[in-house]
Ligand binder design. Structure first.
Ligand SMILES: *[C@@H]1O[C@H](CO)[C@@H](O)[C@H](O)[C@H]1NC(C)=O
Ligand SMILES: *[C@@H]1O[C@H](CO)[C@@H](O)[C@H](O)[C@H]1NC(C)=O
Length: 474
């Protein structure tokens, strides 16, 4: 199979979620009704799904399907699932949800999501292979007979509405490219000069040649940024910003992060670029790139309209804190507004007691589409109540410190246990989004952090999330 030209096979399942009893703690609060199943395949002789929604009894519906596979599923087979919700069911009202399954080898999927969710929900109504036999996926027909998923392994809370799950199955790196044009520009030819050329040899893809003459020391003062635009038609005014550019950063940081696995791995073979490890400080010299074609190392494996990185930006709306005993813990917060900049927040947390496992911590996240107080609903990304050290072990480095380390005197990761009994100052903090889901529905959020122990204290953070791009794919 030619992976580079193969389209991805797409399975879309739509269903209606009906709320059962709001506020029934610890139980699934929803039921659902399947509405449709669609399967689009690039080659029905290799993989195909024939499906129908059948009525059982007066109110219930189920899905029957035959999945036929004649193809070898191997380590290059990738799968991802994107989940969308629409309040009204209208096609243009669907927004992406955070419960997606990230693009991953089918082999990994079989060991996790298939085993814990799909198989549990479907084994009673199908001859679906057991998790142990799911990879490589058997050739032949798998029959699903009147399946109504049991909801095993799914979130306990789901807002009402219409849901669509899109599974995309395909080969690794589904794209190939052809260089079309290349241009370069310098504001001072005496410091940097750049010449570019595109050469077409025979029938192959054109190659790129560049002469880049650097006459100054590129250091921290130089910032670099990469933006990627995509157009289906190639018309100039049809290009849309793609989400996988490189954020503006100091050149040495860029070299540290991207030199080995993107820059050198794509262009090292056709240029006199310094070997990895020798790129800092950046040699002042003339760089020649001759007849380069880029193998695509370090680039996203699948490029499609639906591929993107963190798609949201957050804006702080309010903060609030409380403490049950100021003599043990002082806690004050405030919003800082400065001119036209986005609001930030500051906080002082003054510890006079030892924070240890006598304290438990819980995080609840609520979402409201309108911002109206009674419209807030609990989201499925909560951190259930747990002892403080467990919470810190899981979330300190990648979430707390990643988001707040740079605006506070929080202990460096590794030095947070035992928790230093000091006064913590947070100054003009913003949530960077590190460690958070890449995809979040737009709207208003309230993050409620509560610590219970010798002293009870809590922190409420209100924010608004706005999508960066609507390049959703479906
Ligand atoms: C699946 O195949 C069986 C056997 O050929 C057939 O009876 C059934 O109708 C098929 N189901 C669907 C949904 O097409
Ligand atoms: C802040 O918290 C206090 C105490 O819990 C509460 O009385 C107050 O209404 C809260 N304010 C906001 C804006 O949430």
């Amino acid at each position: 199979m030619d992976m580079s030209t193969r389209l991805r096979d797409v399975l879309a399942v739509t269903f209606l979620v009906i709320g059962l009893c709001h506020g029934c703690a610890g139980m699934r609060n929803w039921d659902y009704e399947p509405l449709s199943v669609h399967f689009v395949t690039s080659d029905a002789s290799k993989i195909n799904v024939v499906s129908e929604v059948v009525r059982v009894g007066r109110y219930d519906y189920a899905i029957s399907a035959n999945l036929t596979n004649t193809e070898d599923v191997d380590e290059t087979t990738m799968i991802e699932a994107l989940c969308y919700r629409s309040k009204s069911g209208a096609e243009d009202d669907y927004t992406i949800l955070p419960f997606s399954i990230p693009n991953q080898p089918f082999k990994d999927f079989a060991k996790t999501y298939y085993k814990d969710i799909a198989y549990q929900s479907l084994k009673h109504c199908s001859n679906a292979p057991t998790p142990e036999e799911a990879y490589p996926w058997p050739k032949g027909v798998v029959t699903f007979n009147m399946c109504s998923a049991t909801g095993e392994g799914l979130p306990e809370y789901l807002p009402e509405g219409y849901y669509k799950i899109i599974f995309k199955i395909g080969g690794r790196r589904n794209w190939d490219y052809e260089a079309l044009f290349i241009t370069g520009k310098s504001s001072d030819e005496s410091l940097v000069s750049i010449q570019t050329g595109l050469e077409r040899k025979g029938r192959g893809s054109p190659t790129v040649s560049i002469v880049l003459e650097i006459n100054y020391q590129i250091d921290d003062e130089t910032q670099i940024e990469a933006t990627v635009y995509q157009s289906y038609t190639g018309h100039d005014n049809d290009y849309k910003l793609m989400p996988f550019g490189i954020e503006k950063k100091a050149f040495p940081d860029y070299l540290r992060e991207f030199y080995d696995n993107v820059v050198y791995s794509n262009m090292g073979h056709c240029s006199n670029l310094p070997k990895p490890g020798e790129q800092i400080p950046w040699p002042i010299m003339t760089y020649k790139f001759d007849d380069c074609t880029f193998p695509g190392e370090g680039l996203p494996e699948i490029l499609s309209e639906g591929y993107y990185k963190r798609n949201w930006d957050a804006e702080t709306l309010f903060v609030n804190s409380s403490t049950s005993d100021e003599s043990l813990l002082g806690f004050t917060t405030e919003i800082v507004r400065q001119g036209r900049d986005k609001p930030t927040f500051s906080a002082v947390l003054d510890f006079h007691y030892q924070l240890d496992d006598t304290t438990t911590v819980e995080v609840l996240i609520y979402h409201s589409q309108t911002g109206g107080e009674d419209d807030y609903k609990l989201m499925p990304w909560n951190v259930p109540q747990k002892p403080f050290t467990e919470f810190i072990a899981e979330y300190y480095k990648d979430l707390l410190y990643a988001n707040l380390g740079s605006c506070s005197n929080l202990a460096e990761p590794g030095k947070e246990i035992p928790w230093p009994k000091i006064t913590y100052n947070f100054e003009k903090c913003m949530i960077t989004g590190d460690g958070m889901p890449e995809i979040a529905p737009e709207g208003y959020y309230k993050i409620f952090f509560a610590a219970t122990g010798p002293v009870d204290w809590n922190f409420v953070y209100g924010m608004k999330i706005v999508s960066k791009s609507n390049a959703m794919g479906y």
